[in-house]
Design a protein around this ligand. Structure first.
Ligand SMILES: *Cc1c(COP(=O)(O)O)cnc(C)c1O
Length: 352
């Protein structure tokens, strides 16, 4: 750090993204990207004219994309916010609603802690149960921002909508953020509750189920007043927050929704396959509704397995955190990728 930066910034431990090595080509199962390419419509949308138009600023209201999303989710255009990746929206939510503090699980998306530190927000860390279940009763009557990933990362576990509804009803004066980055892989979306609960902010992304991690596109669905808050922050920081190409790609992706939902079904099948194979090899695998699984074995340590897989050209994600250091998070890729992963695991476990 420079001698000019603030003490708070000096103290922050920034989020560590999954590695994106360039030294050789890996089977990349470490950052929950999709193994499938964007749809034909997206590829057609990024044409010569679109590139030529880059000399012009993008539409700050992202009209076309916004109305496509509103239609897809059955909400009004004023209930939709768009951003440069959903991390951006989580950032805004902490900025806007964190003054009285924030609470979230001990094992969840690492960015929540970073945002809390960035804004000097006091974070109450609520431990998940022994088997990583979130107990909704721990979140009743909180007078601070509540943030829940559903499905959760890196466990893939979900909580049912009725429990979210209990939390919403018991916290009418604070905002409840439901981070639905992985909801398309078998979870239940809370978007339908936004009409009834003015304190619910549902956050989604095009990075996982819609094969657009590199385009950076996130969205939120909520009551008009919450969306207006986020718009205000956007217009106070970066009005052209979504670039032209991403707006075009996003609108085309929404039109091709069926293609992406079919891909999710394939991922779910590949997930079932991978879980069954790992269990046959003696692994303990948490039941997942996401495009990744969280698994461990008593045959070798979490880091040991991660390193042995990397040596064999397969990248998974290992977190060096006390409660979860025995586990690895494995993104579900194509069938071929998962077969290669399983045979690498078989080799490693066989050698021990
Ligand atoms: C991947 C992920 C996001 C962020 O995705 P963006 O690429 O910024 O849209 C948000 N929340 C969780 C839990 C994630 O895993």
């Amino acid at each position: 750090m420079s001698r000019f930066s603030s003490e708070r910034l000096n103290k922050i431990e920034a989020y560590t993204p999954g590695e994106q090595p360039r030294d050789k080509s890996y089977i990349k199962l470490n950052t929950n990207e999709s193994p499938y390419p964007p749809s034909e419509g997206v590829i057609r949308a990024i044409n010569q004219k679109a590139v030529e138009d880059l000399r012009l600023y993008s539409d700050p209201t992202a009209k076309e994309l916004r109305s496509a999303l509103a239609e897809l989710y059955g909400v009004g255009e004023k209930n939709v916010f768009l951003s440069n990746g959903s991390d951006d929206i989580l950032n805004f939510a902490f900025m806007a609603y964190g003054a009285a503090g924030a609470c979230f699980a001990d094992i969840t998306y690492g960015f929540y802690q970073v945002f809390a530190e960035l804004y000097g927000i006091e974070a109450e860390i609520i431990p998940l149960s022994e088997d990583f279940t979130l107990d909704y009763r721990d979140y009743l009557g909180k007078d601070k921002l509540i943030v829940i990933a559903n499905p959760n990362a890196p466990t893939g576990k979900t909580i049912p909508l009725w429990q979210i509804e209990e939390i919403l009803g018991a916290n009418p004066d604070t905002v409840v953020v439901i981070d639905e980055a992985y909801v398309d892989f078998g979870g239940e979306s809370a978007v339908g509750l936004t009409e009834r609960y003015q304190n619910l902010l549902c956050v989604g992304t095009f990075s996982k189920s819609r094969s657009m991690a590199g385009a950076r596109l996130g969205f939120a669905i909520a009551d008009e007043a919450l969306i207006a808050d986020l718009e205000k922050i956007k217009y106070s920081t970066n009005p052209y927050n979504i670039n032209r190409l991403t707006q075009l790609a996003g609108a085309a992706a929404v039109r091709d929704n069926g293609y992406y939902m079919d891909n999710c079904k394939k991922i779910i099948k590949n997930r079932d396959y991978t879980i069954a194979e790992l269990k046959a090899l003696g692994f303990e695998v948490i039941d997942s509704k996401a495009n990744f699984i969280f698994a461990k074995t008593d045959k070798c340590g979490g880091e040991e397995l991660y390193l042995a897989l990397k040596e064999r050209g397969v990248l998974v994600r290992h977190f060096e955190k006390p409660r979860i250091k025995d586990y690895n998070r494995i993104t579900i890729g194509s069938r071929e990728e998962m077969e290669a992963f399983i045979s690498a695991v078989r080799e490693i476990v066989g050698e021990i």
